[in-house]
Design a protein around this ligand. Structure first.
Ligand SMILES: [Zn+2]
Length: 111
């Protein structure tokens, strides 16, 4: 009696495994790396620092000023550049980082 039960369970398990295997074959659901190549950038690496650049609201740009000398800044590439001290404030994911500690001084810039 006990043995029969084991056989039934084993058969049920095999059928379940077979169904799963077929489903996986249809849509490759069992493959954790199936779409890693396409989306590794956006989703699978949340600890990655935000990338430079992005669209900045022109109205926001117009009111931004260098925190050091209160001079207007001008966008150049992925940075906002102070007209006065020439510090480069990075734009990260469309958000200007107006922090003196985060800015590149003219000396720090690659020449
Ligand atoms: Zn400045």
């Amino acid at each position: 009696m006990k043995r029969l039960l084991v056989v039934i369970l084993a058969a049920g398990g095999a059928a379940f495994w077979w169904r799963r295997r077929q489903a996986a074959g249809n849509q490759s659901a069992g493959e954790p790396f199936a779409s890693a190549g396409e989306h590794s950038h956006a989703e699978s690496a949340p600890s990655e620092p935000p990338k430079l650049g992005g669209d900045v609201d022109p109205e926001l740009l117009a009111i931004l000023a260098c925190p050091l000398d209160k001079q207007p800044v001008k966008r150049e590439g992925n940075y906002l550049i102070c007209q006065e001290c020439q510090r480069h404030y990075p734009i990260r994911d469309g958000i200007p980082v107006m922090l003196i500690d985060e800015a590149l001084t003219p000396e720090q810039l690659p020449s």
